[in-house]
Design a binder for this molecule. Structure first.
Ligand code: CFM
Length: 539
């Protein structure tokens, strides 16, 4: 079978009925390097077709699980049947570390209203109120967040009215999310709904002022496998004060205080760009995209932050830290590279990681031969410059767009438009920008949105990559084909992988996985069947 990506693309979709084939053909593109710098258009953020076996999750998962869940003193109550809470308990490795042993920590609790048939028929608001009161009496959290699951939207329980009533009665912040699983095409809709809630109900509620000179918020970092810990330490070593992280290792108070920072740095563009945009409009805080996945990318991101603050001492300190870290990284990287150079990887993860992790593989001399997002949007593939041309469809209309105006008292433009323009002209820095995944990839590589199970199997058979990166749903199917699968959602049991120290962990883990001989001894189930049939025929 030809490995030409254009031929493979046709091969992947030829099994589908005509209409689906047409749709998938727009969701699969081959990268090009065009003279005008543009990249091919990809269809993304559209509904998955029934029966296709998608990797995606739901809107509730994006809101509760991804954005709000990691905060350690906002108690989450899932309003819905108990099954919706199965994945709400310890399934995402967003770590947290209370400052002292007596600090509050609710991250591992999953409370649910456990709706029954009676509540579906007669309404569940009473039960929800009772649950909020019970949770408050038991734990006295800083805040309580209520998440709506599918039946809540169908029967019309008003979680927001309950939240308002409970807020008045209990005297703590209580807020609800209309994040029913069906509300958008994927968890991406849940990110947007969560961003709106964070902005409306949390940011700006804590006026603590900080004396430090360089104050940032880190957005879109969820502390999976301890990534956030590494970055907190790295920024602190450079002398950069991190006011809030959204939302790895965060507390209600830190997020409420985020408006006092002078710069927002964005790791995962997909899940949190809305907060960055809204904070700039209301408070005057510029945002820039960074990537701390990969040693070179981490160095570049630190330099950009230092450039922004235009402070010579900070720039010098950042260079010192980079030099120290790079020396340590290089010792492992060069050894690993000698064993991994030229090996191939495929990356199919939710959003940003399918882009970011290509940098780590590049550090090791490995080549990405196919990549895609489960739920990224066109801007995550092609760059934010496509945003003005994006059409609003029924699904995107479904999610509230908050109208944001400058805060009459607290708006303070941290940089003038002239300063921003000067910084952009002088450095590689771009504010409010994200270049997207495709422009940074080599040409003639398959980029596939919302990869299906059938396409996964064909891709593996045709290209036989040295490693496939995805999640738990894919892992064992992939490994039965004799190809190691690295979970890039949970990191399996590994990590941290962010920053310089994290890069070293990643190099070692991948080196082990791609160079171990065990995979060549795996006979896939269908291979076994063929062998048995041959034996029966011979008898
Ligand atoms: Fe952002 Fe994430 Fe990702 Fe994401 Fe996720 Fe995740 Fe992910 Mo799993 S916020 S888009 S919704 S980087 S949980 S920490 S690994 S799919 S690629």
């Amino acid at each position: 079978m030809s490995k030409d990506p254009r031929v493979v693309k046709e091969e992947l979709i030829q099994i589908y009925p005509k209409k689906l084939r047409q749709k998938r053909s727009e969701q699969i593109v081959v990268t090009e390097h065009r003279e005008d710098g543009s990249v091919p258009e990809i269809k993304a953020n559209v509904r998955s077709s029934p029966g296709i076996i998608t990797q995606r999750g739901c809107t509730y998962a994006g809101c509760k699980g991804v954005v709000i869940g990691p905060s350690r003193d906002i108690l989450s109550i899932v309003h819905g049947p108990v099954g919706c809470s199965f994945y709400a308990w310890l399934t995402r490795r967003n770590q947290t570390r209370p400052a002292t042993e007596s600090d509050q920590n609710f991250i591992t609790y999953c409370l649910t209203t456990d709706m029954q048939e009676e509540n579906i028929v007669f309404g569940g608001e009473k039960k929800l109120k009772a649950a909020v009161k019970e949770a408050f009496a038991l734990f006295h959290p800083k805040a309580i967040a209520i998440f709506s699951t599918c039946p809540v939207g169908l029967i019309g329980d008003d979680v927001h009215a309950v939240a308002r009533e409970m807020k008045a009665e209990l005297g703590i912040n209580v807020f609800g999310f209309s994040c029913e699983g069906y509300r958008g095409v994927s968890q991406s809709a849940g990110h947007h709904i969560a961003n709106n809630g964070v902005f409306k109900h949390i940011i700006g509620n804590n006026e603590t002022q900080h004396e430090e000179k360089f104050k940032v918020n880190l957005l879109g970092e969820y502390n999976i496998g301890g990534d956030g810990f590494v970055l907190e330490e790295l920024l602190a070593r450079c002398g950069i004060k991190q006011i809030a992280t959204f939302s790895g290792n965060s507390t209600y108070d830190t997020m409420a205080n985020a408006h006092t920072a002078d710069l927002n740095i964005v790791m995962c563009h997909r899940s949190i760009n809305y907060v960055a945009e809204m904070m700039e409009k209301r408070f005057g805080i510029p945002w820039m995209k960074v990537n701390f996945i990969g040693a070179h990318s981490s160095a570049k991101s630190l330099r950009r932050i230092a450039e922004y603050f235009e402070d010579e001492a900070l720039k010098a300190r950042v260079e010192e830290v980079i030099a120290e870290e790079m020396a340590v990284v290089e010792a492992t990287r060069s050894v690993v590279e000698s064993r991994c150079k030229g090996k191939t990887a495929m990356l199919f993860v939710g959003g940003s990681r399918a882009h970011h992790y290509q940098d780590l593989f590049k550090d090791m001399g490995m080549k990405t031969i196919a990549a895609g997002y489960e739920f990224g949007h066109r801007d995550d593939y092609e760059g934010r410059n496509v945003l003005p041309g994006l059409k609003v469809d029924a699904d995107s209309k479904n999610i509230e767009e908050i109208e944001v105006v400058p805060d009459p008292e607290r708006y303070r433009a941290r940089r003038t438009p002239e300063q921003i323009a000067k910084l952009e002209a002088m450095t590689e820095m771009e504010f409010r920008g994200y270049i997207g995944m495709m422009p940074e990839m080599e040409k003639d590589i398959l980029v596939i949105d919302d990869l299906s199970h059938h396409e996964t199997e064909r891709l593996l058979e045709i290209y036989k990559p040295d490693i496939f990166c995805a999640g738990i749903k894919e892992k064992f199917g992939v490994q039965k084909m004799g190809i190691p699968c690295k979970q890039l959602h949970s990191y399996d049991y590994g990590g941290p992988y962010a920053g310089f120290r994290g890069a070293i962990n990643f190099y070692k883990d991948i080196d082990r996985m791609v160079n171990i001989k065990i995979w060549s001894h795996v006979t896939p189930p269908w291979g076994q069947q063929v062998k048995e049939q041959a034996e029966v025929a011979a008898d």
